[in-house]
Design a protein around this ligand. Structure first.
Ligand code: HAM
Length: 435
């Protein structure tokens, strides 16, 4: 019986794995450049973990299971709730500020489409314990630092930044009561993703009041943060909250400018984010023409730790999946087709059956000394073995042939320069590989 792979999953054959490693290694390096520490959590959690505060969309996309003890579990669709749980558990002993990164494997039962799969990898950066907008800017900076490092400039990608706090104050100011806010965010988040008619219908279903719907459109159509000042709110409390959020957003923009990332960043009130837990500055990075889904998204979520029974603790972060990023890098010619699946320091070419034992001895000695080394299982012609060495990205080749039989010499060939020299085998074996 032939059993196919599961819809929306990938098999990581070595060349595909090389691409994944290229992305993941870059994510990790950028995280470390900005001083983040790596963490991870379990692949499944209690189902409730995602029902508390992730929002309806994620709950609908959960892969969930009941274990033998009748516990309702779910495979993680994101790692932010796990992070909140982990930090909450050890809040008093963790050194602050908490700047953590992770690259979890996640599963969401989405309809597989371009840039969306059912199993994917997601780079996460989070800063916990810092309310200052500098932390939001640092998360966005680190994201952009990675993207710049792989060759994507401001003409290729743009960070669109807004604020949930700003939007919340505005919506409350328009007269929308608190209990309805959580239902409005996912609808507004859909605006750029669905046709205008469909958006209008969704909006009118959850906001039947004409004046509020018109006000929402007014906000979402702004392009210049300076125009926010023109949105006067009659409710004094909300006007104050709106002004505080506006200043916070301006601070984030100013920091990003200072960090040399101003050209990548712009204010976009259409960025709302689908997840329910965001409370402040939110952002997404998009391909500049908007032809692809978001490359990443994140923002401030100051209530999540408390929602999980922990202490009140400010937090901000982001998640970047591997799928859209890979598509974009390919489109821009920034991903090599032939990334090495392995890199060897040495290959040992055995040209004569009688020298197989000596060759194995040499390979093992190289490996024991910490070098990456390999050889063929059977002796073969030099041409064939050199081709194999080149395919394995070997730095040097040790050739065991006629010279060894004559006077125990091996020939060392440098694969970069093509230079060759004869070396005494016993000296080589005793660790003089680089003479
Ligand atoms: P999210 O917007 O649900 O946020 O996902 C962030 C990114 O993960 C997306 O922009 C996309 O790159 C990738 N992604 C999401 N779903 C899929 C999928 N089905 N296939 C491929 N890629 C996908 C979060 O997950 C938040 N927890 C991020 C965060 C961390 N916020 C604060 N800290």
């Amino acid at each position: 019986m032939k059993i196919p792979s599961v819809k929306g999953t990938r098999d990581f054959y070595p060349p595909v794995m090389a691409v994944r490693n290229f992305l993941v290694d870059g994510w990790k390096a950028a995280s470390r450049r900005s001083g983040f520490e790596e963490y991870d959590g379990p692949i499944f959690e209690h189902l409730m973990m995602y029902q508390v505060k992730s929002g309806e969309e994620i709950v609908e996309q959960l892969f969930h299971l009941t274990d033998r003890g009748g516990r309702e579990l779910a495979i993680r669709p994101e790692i932010t709730p796990t992070l909140a749980r982990m930090v909450g558990q050890q809040i008093n002993s963790l050194p602050r500020p908490i700047k953590w990164f992770s690259v979890p494997r996640l599963c969401r039962a989405e309809r597989p489409q371009k840039g969306r799969l059912r199993e994917f990898f997601q780079w996460n950066l989070d800063i916990v314990g810092v309310a200052d907008p500098l932390a939001d800017a640092e998360v966005i900076f680190t994201t952009l630092d990675y993207l710049a490092g792989v060759g994507l400039g401001p003409a290729d990608v743009q960070a669109r930044i807004s604020s949930r706090r700003l939007l919340a104050a505005y919506l409350r100011g328009l007269g929308l009561d608190e209990s309805r806010l959580d239902a409005v965010y996912p609808v507004l988040d859909k605006k750029p993703k669905v046709p205008p008619d469909a958006f209008e219908e969704m909006l009118r279903t959850c906001v039947p009041e004409e004046a509020i719907a018109v006000g929402i459109h007014r906000f979402m159509e702004l392009t210049d943060p300076a125009d926010l000042a023109g949105l006067s709110l009659s409710d004094g409390t909300q006007a104050e909250a709106f002004e505080a959020a506006r200043r916070e957003l301006a601070d984030v923009m100013r920091w990003l400018d200072r960090m040399g990332m101003g050209a990548y960043c712009r204010f976009d009130p259409g960025i709302v984010r689908g997840l329910a837990y965001y409370t402040g500055v939110v952002f997404e990075v998009h391909e500049a023409t908007g032809s692809l889904r978001a490359i990443c998204g994140g923002g401030r979520y100051d209530n999540l730790l408390a929602d999980f029974g922990g202490p009140a603790m400010p937090a901000t972060g982001m998640g970047m999946g591997d799928c859209v990023l890979e598509i974009l890098l390919r489109e821009k010619g920034l991903l090599a087709d032939d990334l090495p699946t392995r890199r060897l320091d040495w290959t040992v070419c055995c040209l004569d059956e009688a020298l197989m034992e000596t060759a194995v001895e040499a390979v093992a000695a190289l490996r024991r000394s910490g070098r990456a080394a390999d050889m063929a299982y059977k002796p073969a012609g030099l041409g064939k073995q050199l081709k194999w060495a080149a395919a394995a990205h070997a730095g040097r080749v040790a050739i065991l042939g006629r010279e060894f039989l004559e006077d125990r010499r091996i020939i060392i060939k440098d694969m970069q320069t093509g230079e060759q020299k004869g070396v005494d085998f016993d000296r080589f074996l005793s660790g003089h590989y680089d003479d």
